[in-house]
Design a protein around this ligand. Structure first.
Ligand SMILES: *Cc1c(COP(=O)(O)O)cnc(C)c1O
Length: 429
């Protein structure tokens, strides 16, 4: 018996899990249109001072169908590379609805073509700002500011402060001014993304830093607060009320308007918040092993790092739920056992239930080989941030549960031919 509370399925029912597995095979990502729409509504109705634009941060889950869902709802987009921006354009998004904030920004024909079509460029360094100025003298531009501090769910998700390479350091305002003047730029937006899963009081401090910049740049009409808004995924997670910080930010902007007469527009760039809970990874139990009476018991699933790197990469926990292979098995809810859930990759780090290099078993109902294991909170940074094709496992399929409850394939499972499609064997080898 386990003392740990069992997690529950988020939007699928056990019979959905079996039906999806039977129809599409496993592992398979299932996304839920209704959950996406609900979180989209929460974000777009946040309290704000003088208008709000929500940009879906593409890197969370850039599947064409997911992009289309947000596009149809009138959302704007945040791209982290020119490739992500192009992917959105291929899904039908107008370039003018995309803001690009990237670590790598090269003013080659790909990027220039998008900027010429209206893509908004957000300079993430003094070098990027200068390159933009050279390419587009007199143009409109945004800058990303590192306010001198940041915050994240775990250390590696913090993207502010002296240890972070993201954005222009807050003390480099004079350099920004010099470049803006030199190239006759109009600095119209200020952006700051302090981290993923941040504490909101630190976000408010970042807003204050941006406002101090806004005082020096009269063309600024928009503050972009970045993303990073938390979701409650595990039963032990607190419930987050995002209207709380939104009200505080709105008050800051109203105060600024009173002092300066300038009514700044607000933008947010959620990725996680919009899709994390709207995605489930359905996998199958392929093996059970243990290391003896005083050892540990393991459930092996036919997925792992190839679909979900977050537990190994960040040491974060995802809700994990087991579902019997057939519906006629009665498994009492209090009949929990503790398991270490491991992936199918031949690498010791492929563990879904570990914390700081230590095993952290989870409570599951009695689970046998052939049963299903559903990894929840899998709608952001799983499909898009996996070790796809490691051990030559093909990329998993993706399915969208439509508002009417039906399931549509939105990405087919890869074939082995597709895994090697770009490889060449030189003649004579
Ligand atoms: C990753 C990223 C986001 C989204 O972060 P979430 O934690 O997924 O909400 C927003 N803006 C920028 C610039 C990013 O790099």
């Amino acid at each position: 018996m386990s003392e740990v509370a069992m997690e529950q399925l988020k939007f699928l029912e056990p019979e959905d899990v079996r039906a999806v597995a039977a129809q599409f095979g496993t592992p398979v990502f299932v996304y839920d249109e209704a959950t996406v729409r609900a979180s989209a509504t929460t974000m777009s109705t946040l309290p704000n001072a003088f208008g709000l634009t929500v940009r879906y941060s593409l890197k969370a889950c850039p599947s064409q169908a997911i992009i289309r869902l947000f596009d149809r709802q009138g959302f704007s987009f945040d791209a982290s590379s020119v490739w992500e921006a192009r992917r959105a354009v291929l899904a039908g998004v107008g370039p003018e609805r995309i803001s690009m904030t990237a670590q790598e920004a090269v003013f080659d024909e790909n990027l220039r073509e998008l900027i010429d079509q209206g893509l908004q460029f957000d300079a993430g360094s003094l070098h990027q700002l200068e390159e933009y100025g050279r390419a587009y003298p007199g143009g409109e531009v945004a800058i990303r500011i590192n306010p001198g501090f940041g915050s994240g769910l775990v250390g590696r998700l913090n993207s502010g402060g002296p240890q972070s390479s993201f954005g222009i350091w807050h003390e480099q305002l004079p350099e920004v001014k010099q470049i803006v003047e030199q190239y006759g730029l109009r600095l119209v937006r200020l952006q700051s993304h302090i981290g993923s899963g941040h504490h909101w009081d630190i976000l408010v401090d970042a807003v204050r830093t941006m406002l101090s910049f806004a005082r020096d740049f009269q063309d600024v009409h928009t503050l972009d607060l970045g993303g990073g808004y938390r979701v409650s995924a595990l039963r032990s997670d607190p419930v987050y009320d995002h209207t709380e910080w939104a009200r505080v930010v709105a008050d800051e902007l109203k105060q600024f308007a009173e002092e300066t007469g300038r009514r700044l527009h607000t933008e947010v760039e959620p990725g996680t918040y919009l899709t994390a809970l709207a995605g489930s990874l359905v996998t199958k139990v392929i093996d059970k092993t243990d290391t003896g009476a005083n050892g540990n018991s393991f459930l092996k699933i036919n997925s792992g790092l190839t679909e979900i790197a977050r537990p190994s990469y960040y040491g974060v926990q995802h809700p994990i739920v087991s579902v019997p292979a057939t519906g006629d098995v009665e498994r009492p809810a209090d009949d929990a056992e503790e398991f270490n859930v491991v992936g199918h990759c031949c690498i010791a780090g492929d563990i879904l239930t570990a914390k700081q290099e230590q095993l952290a078993p989870v409570a599951l109902g009695r689970t046998e080989i052939g049963d299903y294991v559903v990894v929840e909170r899998a709608g952001s940074y799983c499909s898009s941030m996996s070790m796809k094709n490691f051990n030559s496992y093909p990329e998993a399929a993706e399915v969208l549960r439509r508002a009417d409850g039906s399931f549509d394939l939105i990405r087919a499972r890869q074939s082995i031919e597709q895994v090697i499609v770009n490889e060449r064997i030189p003649e004579g080898l």
